[in-house]
Each structure stands twice: as structure tokens, then as C-alpha cells.
Design a protein around this ligand. Structure first.
Ligand SMILES: NC(=O)C1=CN([C@@H]2O[C@H](COP(=O)(O)OP(=O)(O)OC[C@H]3O[C@@H](n4cnc5c(N)ncnc54)[C@H](OP(=O)(O)O)[C@@H]3O)[C@@H](O)[C@H]2O)C=CC1
Ligand SMILES: O=C(CO)COP(=O)(O)O
Length: 344
């Protein structure tokens, strides 16, 4: 960790991932303040060093401070990390904008797009804060609970302002946590968003007890969907082959801590979306992201059968069983389009 710059880090969003990241950063000796909108949760974090709703029973560092006062928190920050769900991202960045000190960069660990417009979160942030603000996305295979427990984790920080990306990686990197860096924000955001949709598909297959071959087939063909859409959008294939793509795809498609996988499992076992979401009790990003992924794919003329099936099943257009039947009934084709890795 580099210590030349005294960093006051403000994490916005006190759910499971915001709390886990704030705890990680505080454990690394950074002066860290966590902002959340729920006074009861903030009181528990500040005084009992626990987030009972989102990370029950896990001790948070005594040095982690928490507040509901957004304006003062933002004004005190020299690094901002937004970790609210994607549907609240634009609203949160708009609240930040008037209080941000000049030069303070903004990172986020949110996965998804702006609902409705389908804009990438780096586009939303640049629109609200201006093109000259350093931006970075934090993504990769990382369940909040495991990070909060201090279990080994690797993720990646992508920024088109490399010095800022490095600074964000520095506050995350530590004895049990490896933070890599890159400069492909489109690829990194696309991977983090698409894997949530693909996790629903493997969850459905597992919920229907279709076997381990089906699971591996869906993960690999899901990676193929990521690679084809990201290539059409000018992202680098290695981003999708790394932590932001394959790494997170494998974690979310196979790990039962994943809320998106658990939604798929529930649907595959015959439960309704409403029942499943109620039981999960936390954000399930795929429900909105499936629409935005398909909007992007249609705009770029890319066929994504698995993601489209998830979108249609989530819309109630047909059953999970019918979705699987349609996937299997498709025409044969080459595994990769000949042009995939030969784009300029
Ligand atoms: N959990 C994980 O393991 C990981 C999550 N992520 C991503 O992080 C993002 C956040 O997810 P996560 O923390 O898991 O979600 P949770 O469901 O655990 O928590 C969501 C948090 O966001 C708050 N929130 C919701 N709407 C608003 C709003 N309009 N303004 C302010 N705060 C709001 C909630 O507050 P309240 O309780 O008051 O409703 C809650 O504190 C998602 O995009 C997710 O994909 C990425 C990697 C890992
Ligand atoms: O993004 C995550 C792990 O990297 C968390 O996945 P879920 O949102 O499906 O729980």
C-alpha cells in the first residue's frame, strides 16, 4: 500500500458490499467513513461495529466510522467509493456532485447499467460530474461476506486515469486481498453486469437438476456471449477472460452466496420471482440488467440466446423449462464466429 497521500475515503452505500469494502479499507489503516441512509444500521455500525441486517455476526473494525450525513461526508473525502445498487447510482452521484471537493475522484463497485437508458455507469458519472473527474470501476469475483470475514480475494480496478485507478487499487490491496489494475472500463463494467444475468441461467439449470454438464456448458457459452458483445463494443477480450469476466462468471454461476444464482435456483424449482426476491431480501441486479444487456445487444446486432432467455423468463414470457428447451433447440453453429478475435 502506498502511504504518500493521506487518504480520507468515503464509501457511499451501507449494504453488504459497501460495508465489506469499507471494513477492508479501514483494516488497511485508511481513515474511512461509511455513509448509509438508514439511521438504525448506521448507529449499529458506528457503536456496535456490526451491520446486523447485511453482515450479521461479523465484527467490523473499531476504526470504521459511519454517518447518515452525506454532505459533510462527501466534503471531507479525498476519495469517493459508491456502492449502492445500480438503480440508485445516478441519484447518489447527483447528491454527491455539489459537495465533492475539486480533484476528488469517484470510484464505484456497483454492477449494472442505469435502468431505462442502459447507459454505462462511467457515462452516468461523467455526465453528472464532468469529463475531468477521475473515475474508476472496482469489479471481480468477490462475495461481500467472504471479504468481510477476511478470506483471500482478488479483484480488479479499471480506470482511464491510471494514476487514480492505482490509488483505488492501493487502498484495497492488502495481506489477504489482491487488487489488480486495468484501463478498460467498458469491458470491466460489461463483465460485471453480464455475469449477473448469466448466473440466473445456471441457477435455473441447477434448480431443474439438469446436471453438471449443463452448468459448465452454460458458463462457457455465457463467456462466449460476454466476448461477442464486448468485442462489438470495443472492449478488450482479455478483460472478459480475467477477473471482471470469467472470474466473476464462475463465482456467481457456482457459488450459492450469489443472489442472482439463488434467483435462478428458485425459478428452476418452480417458485415465482416475487417469492424468490422476497426470500433473498437484498438487491438482485439481474432483474434490471437483463433488459439493459439485451437493449445493448440488439443495438449492436449481437445474438445472445442465454441472456435473452433469462430476460424473457424474468418477464414471464415463458417458463424456465421452455427457456431451456428453446436454448437446446437452436440450430448448430461454429463455437466462435471467425471474426471474433480478428477485429481491429
Ligand atoms: N454483495 C456482494 O457480494 C457484491 C455486490 N456487488 C454490487 O454492489 C452493489 C450494491 O450491492 P449490495 O451492497 O450487495 O446490496 P445490498 O442489497 O446488500 O444493499 C443495498 C444497499 O443500498 C442501499 N440503497 C438502496 N437504494 C438506495 C438509495 N436510493 N440511496 C442510498 N442507498 C440505497 C440500501 O439501503 P437500505 O438498507 O436502506 O435499503 C442498502 O444499504 C450492487 O450493484 C451489487 O451488484 C458487487 C460485488 C459483490
Ligand atoms: O457480484 C458478486 C460477486 O462478485 C455478487 O453476486 P450477487 O449479486 O449475485 O450476489
Amino acid at each position: 500500500m502506498t502511504a504518500e497521500v493521506a487518504t480520507s475515503v468515503v464509501v457511499l452505500g451501507a449494504g453488504s458490499w459497501g460495508t465489506a469494502l469499507a471494513a477492508l479499507i479501514a483494516r488497511h489503516g485508511e481513515d474511512t467513513l461509511l455513509w448509509g441512509r438508514d439511521p438504525v444500521a448506521i448507529e449499529a455500525i458506528q457503536h456496535r461495529h456490526e451491520n446486523p441486517r447485511y453482515l450479521p455476526g461479523i465484527a467490523l473494525p473499531d476504526t470504521l466510522r459511519a454517518t447518515t450525513g452525506l454532505a459533510a461526508a462527501v466534503a471531507s473525502a479525498d476519495l469517493l467509493l459508491v456502492v449502492v445498487p445500480s438503480h440508485a447510482f445516478a441519484e447518489t452521484v447527483a447528491l454527491i456532485a455539489p459537495h465533492r471537493r475539486p480533484g476528488t475522484g469517484l470510484a464505484w463497485a456497483t454492477k449494472g447499467f442505469e435502468p431505462g437508458s442502459g447507459r454505462f455507469l462511467h457515462e452516468v458519472a461523467a455526465d453528472l460530474l464532468g469529463d475531468d473527474v477521475p473515475l474508476a470501476v472496482v469489479t471481480g469475483p468477490s462475495f461481500a461476506k467472504e471479504v468481510a470475514l477476511g478470506l483471500p480475494t482478488a479483484l480488479t480496478v479499471h480506470s482511464d486515469t491510471p494514476a487514480f485507478g492505482q490509488r483505488v487499487a492501493d487502498i484495497l490491496h492488502g495481506p489477504d486481498f489482491r487488487a489488480y489494475t486495468g484501463e478498460d472500463m467498458v469491458g470491466a463494467e460489461l463483465g460485471g453486469a453480464m455475469k449477473n444475468v448469466l448466473a440466473v441461467a445456471t441457477g435455473v439449470a441447477d434448480g431443474m437438476e439438469l446436471g453438471l454438464n449443463a452448468r459448465a456448458g452454460l458458463i462457457t457459452r455465457g463467456l462466449n456471449e460476454m466476448l461477442r458483445l464486448s468485442a462489438a463494443m470495443g472492449a478488450q477480450p482479455e478483460t472478459l477472460m480475467g477477473l471482471a469476466g470469467l472470474g466473476d462468471l464462475v463465482l456467481t454461476c457456482t457459488g450459492d452466496l450469489s443472489r442472482n444464482r439463488r434467483l435462478g435456483l428458485a425459478l428452476g424449482r418452480g417458485q415465482s420471482i416475487e417469492e424468490a426476491v422476497r426470500a433473498i431480501g437484498q438487491v438482485v441486479e439481474s432483474i434490471q440488467t437483463a433488459d439493459e444487456v439485451m437493449r445493448l445487444a440488439d443495438r449492436h446486432g449481437i445474438d445472445l440466446p442465454i441472456s435473452r432467455g433469462v430476460r424473457d423468463v424474468l418477464h414471464g414470457d415463458y417458463s424456465p423449462a421452455e427457456g431451456m428447451r428453446r436454448l437446446l433447440a437452436r440450430d448448430q453453429k461454429p463455437e466462435y464466429p471467425a471474426t471474433l478475435f480478428s477485429r481491429a
